[in-house]
Design a binder for this molecule. Sequence first.
Ligand SMILES: [Zn+2]
Length: 177
Amino acid sequence: MVSEMINTELVIPTLNPIFAQRNSFRAMSDYPELWELLDSVYDPELPGLTLWDLGVLQDIQVDEQQVLVIITPTYSGCPAVDMMSQDVITALNAANYDDVRVKVTLAPAWCTDMISPAGKQQLANLHIAPPNKDDDPDCPVCHSKNTQLLSQFGSTACKALYTCQDCLETFDYFKTL
Ligand SMILES: [Zn+2]
């Protein structure tokens, strides 16, 4: 399909290299139906962001009848990992994959470049900045670096409340702990 090829060439260079790598890794998987099933699994704390969009879902392998799903949590110390694992198992069980194991790996470490473009858009909609190494968040709405801490505690204990000096929006920032 010619139109699809042209489209891909236009889109790929605009992706950051880390997400582009994730994207092509997923595209080469032998189990596209499993990736699609897991597109229905959302981060328990970020409405509208799937584990894929957030960059948490890293790999899906199948050995005999067992499905192995590999996830990498964000820096956040929120106890979301257990919930994510359970949601992955529930989603696959519902599609008759009965033997599912979730492995949590910290290497390579999660980073914000793993977030999909759709995920970044949704974070902006939610006014949430993802965790970053230096605890120095950019504004998720206008991407300004000119941000200021308002309160150590945002909408939950693991988030802090910031304001953007440029667009004047307030936003939640996921603390790295
Ligand atoms: Zn801003």
